[in-house]
Design a protein around this ligand. Structure first.
Ligand code: XIL
Length: 338
């Protein structure tokens, strides 16, 4: 049967994966799957700030350059991830802010430099940049500012909400052709009240109205089969972003569940009711039905190499390939839908 990338190409949809540079080129089966199945790649970690500038003024572009080169060789596009986020910031920066040796005015200049350097380094080679990542409070968080922006967010806390518009402007100056995205989780169909969707919607609408160069919204799509997922809401929310004149993308899809510790698999007793293939399929269909949706990316290739077990205790089994790199029912569901 045809690969996901070939099937996606027939309908103008890029199908992607996050890539772990510890595996690409060393794990042959992994490398082959990345090349064969996907038409867009996102570096799982190597474009994050702590990876590209581990000590101040010393840049490490090597693993990210390697991925860009791989993508070019395999006719894949690249999603740049990510420029402004509260996680995976270098420790020289966080400690400098904490001990007062970096003032807020300096922090702003450091961020400006970072965006200019990184976007400039990859200029012309990145299809979509996740410019700002996870700035909005969850509906259960306690300190939203205006429009739901998270008052506890590291960047907003130090630099004010205006930093969001500025970071998009800086990225646009450094690479005018890249699509600039706001990326977040629980913003389409996952959050019962839909409050987080509304906050992101208000934010991006306001940015558009101010003429800020934002091109789209990324919905991460980290689902968990133990929580309800509203597929109609998912599609409606993506469409609402599209109706603002924005592109949309599903950027980090995975569907986790509780697994048997010994096997890292869903216990057989639960498999029959297990909603993973359906939920992957519903996310893909939501994207397919929204004209502005340009890519659908899974957050990793296989269950043997996923962020889920390390972040959500007892959970796993979230991806399209199993621990032995064999395609799962979720893979075949996507293949059938494409
Ligand atoms: C995760 C990576 O998958 C892990 O390897 C890393 O240790 C932590 O970050 N939202 C995002 C991604 O935007 O960058 C995160 O990736 C997962 C959640």
């Amino acid at each position: 049967a045809d690969s996901l990338r070939a099937l996606g190409a027939q309908e103008g949809l890029r199908v992607g994966t996050a890539v772990d540079m510890a595996q690409l080129g060393t794990n042959q089966a992994y490398t082959q799957l990345v090349a064969d199945q996907f038409s867009v790649v996102t570096p799982e970690n190597v474009m994050k700030w702590d990876s590209v500038e581990p000590s101040r003024g010393t840049y490490n572009w090597q693993p990210a350059d390697q991925l860009v080169q791989f993508a070019q060789q395999h006719k894949q596009l690249v999603r740049g991830h990510t420029l402004m986020w509260h996680n995976q910031i270098p420790s020289w920066l966080t400690s400098g802010v904490a001990d007062g040796s970096i003032s807020n005015a300096q922090l702003r200049e450091i961020l400006h430099q970072h965006v200019t350097d990184e976007v400039g380094h990859f200029r012309g080679k990145i299809w979509q940049w996740d410019v700002a990542n996870e700035l909005i409070a969850n509906s259960w968080d306690s300190h939203p500012l205006a429009d739901g922006v998270n008052g506890d967010d590291f960047w907003v806390q130090h630099l004010g909400e205006g930093i969001i518009a500025d970071v998009f402007r800086w990225a646009h100056e450094a690479d005018p052709k890249a699509l600039l995205m706001y990326n977040d989780y629980n913003i389409a169909g996952e959050d019962g009240t839909n409050a987080k969707f509304q906050a992101v919607y208000d934010l991006v609408k306001r940015l558009r109205a101010q003429g800020v160069p934002i091109d789209g919204v990324g919905e991460q799509g980290h689902l968990d089969t133990q929580y309800g997922f509203d597929a109609q809401r998912f599609q409606a929310d993506l469409q609402a972003f599209g109706d603002l004149g924005l592109k949309v993308a599903v950027t980090e899809a995975d569907v986790r569940t509780f697994v048997d510790n010994a096997t890292d698999q869903v216990p057989t007793s639960q498999l029959a009711q297990f909603a993973q293939p359906e939920e992957f399929s519903e996310m893909l269909k939501g994207c397919q039905l929204v004209r502005q949706c340009i890519s659908f990316t899974a957050w990793g290739v296989y269950d043997g190499d996923s962020w889920i077990p390390g972040t959500f205790g007892g959970e796993g089994y979230g991806l399209l390939y199993d621990v032995k790199l064999q395609p799962k029912p979720a893979y075949f569901a996507l293949q059938q839908d494409l």
